[in-house]
Design a protein around this ligand. Structure first.
Ligand code: SF4
Ligand code: SF4
Length: 426
């Protein structure tokens, strides 16, 4: 994927509309770390006036890739895409830290990933206290990088390895929905994907769980490891084509994976015209789970018919990849509002500050600062349950809630809907 930094940089009219809402600028009020500043530097880089030295690397790694600037900019200038491409050049020049390379290696080799995480699940209790109910764990004693943080748990068996490939819920065997679980739902927050199965069962929709699906490539993409992204997209496209005609939709309970597949895959492969065409055919059938359930099934009527109202107040956080990239925000709310009292934050679309692998490791101090206003907003709602259709937001927000001492639990919208269905069945 080649990107014209100069064209984008010159198209910026320097109006500054994007600056007040920029996630990094809010915590580091410097023109350099603002969308306008990033674009100026990107243009200078392409003109050969800026060397990608360690200082430049540090600056470009400070963007959260939240796309807030793109959604505000009058001409939707793709600051995020410019930064992703510069990170590729940075990765080529400086290399990628060993722990990220190890993680991306596992993402490229699913069987080894399955084995490693399963092994980890056996031994991690020695180092971590595990809370299966909250699907989180914290270190038992001081450890570098991870001290005092709450992490998603590992499961001995991944979600995909816990089920048959075909789950028949309808009397006939017609296939309906294939599930792309995403790494968070497959390995960590498996209750999300299990809840999706419960909902599809209640709606009598047959399910295909394609076992050879790979990571969508988002975490490698945001880190500049384009070789890994290329490998993962090609492998997934080959595999998706083997079942595409047999299903109505490929549904994804994770905003980041859905946005990566729907928006980034085709653009990433734009120079391989044949591959881009194949991706277009696939993405026409790809949906975020809440969107598909709301628009293409009778889930809303079904939930109405259950006539259950839960007393606990909930609040919904909009993942950036759902609201700003895919424009999905009404659908999960409509489904949840049927059975729960929904209390809105003052700005539910403000980025949670997850930011990706680099932000969660080498730049975690920034992620901690970025989430603070969000936690205050959550507390102000008085809600006891926070929901968001994204495992990355969940990881960032559960850690921040834990640190704040707020008595708020996190539940994915699909978990909340499945609880309603379960309540009726019992
Ligand atoms: S993507 Fe987010 S953090 Fe990065 S420049 Fe845009 S608004 Fe700022
Ligand atoms: S809103 Fe768009 S045009 Fe205005 S400063 Fe930001 S990136 Fe440039």
């Amino acid at each position: 994927m080649n990107f014209d930094f100069t064209k984008t940089s010159e198209a910026c009219v320097k109006c500054g509309k994007c600056i007040p809402s920029c996630t990094i600028h809010q915590i580091n009020a410097d023109e350099v770390t603002s969308p306008r500043g990033f674009l100026e530097l990107a243009g200078a880089y392409q003109r050969g006036e800026l060397e990608l030295d360690k200082n430049a690397k540090d600056i470009f790694e400070k963007c959260f890739l939240c796309t807030t600037c793109v959604s505000i900019c009058p001409t939707s200038l793709p600051t995020d895409i410019a930064i992703e491409n510069i990170r590729r050049d940075i990765a080529e020049k400086f290399g990628i830290a060993w722990f990220k390379r190890a993680y991306f290696f596992l993402l490229r080799h699913r069987k080894m990933m399955d084995f490693s995480l399963s092994l980890g699940a056996y031994f991690l209790p020695l180092l971590f206290k595990i809370d299966r109910e909250a699907q989180s764990m914290r270190a038992r004693f001081w450890l570098p990088y991870i001290n005092k943080r709450v992490f998603p748990i590992l499961n001995k068996k991944s979600f995909l390895n816990s089920h048959e490939q075909f789950i028949q819920n309808a009397p006939d065997k017609s296939l309906k929905a294939a599930v792309f679980a995403g790494c968070f739902s497959n390995y960590h927050y498996t209750k999300t994907a299990e809840s999706l199965l419960e909902i599809l069962k209640a709606l009598k929709i047959n399910v295909l769980l394609p076992k050879k699906q790979r990571c969508c490539g988002a975490s490698a993409f945001f880190t500049g490891d384009f070789k890994t992204v290329d490998t993962l997209i090609r492998a997934n496209v080959e595999y998706f084509e083997t079942f595409l005609d047999a299903v109505d939709a490929i549904i994804i309970p994770e905003a980041t994976c859905a946005a990566m597949i729907k928006e980034d895959w085709e653009r990433f492969m734009s120079e391989d015209i044949e591959m881009a065409k194949r991706i277009k055919k696939i993405t026409a059938k790809v949906f975020m789970a809440s969107e598909w359930l709301y628009k293409k099934t009778n889930l809303l009527e079904y939930l109405k018919s259950l006539n259950i109202t839960q007393k606990e107040r909930i609040t919904y956080h909009d993942p950036c990849h759902a609201r700003k990239v895919l424009k999905i925000f009404k659908e999960p709310r409509a489904l949840l509002a049927e059975n729960y009292e929904l209390s809105e934050m003052s700005d539910p679309a403000q980025c949670c500050g997850f930011g990706g692998v680099t932000m969660q490791s080498e730049k975690f101090e920034l992620a901690k600062m970025a989430v603070k206003p969000k936690i205050e907003m959550i507390k102000e709602t008085g809600a006891k349950i926070l929901s968001a259709e994204c495992g990355a937001c969940r990881m960032q927000l559960t850690n921040a809630i834990d640190k704040s001492g707020a008595e708020v639990k996190f539940k994915h919208p699909l978990e909340l809907i499945a609880e309603i269905i379960r309540a009726k069945q019992t």
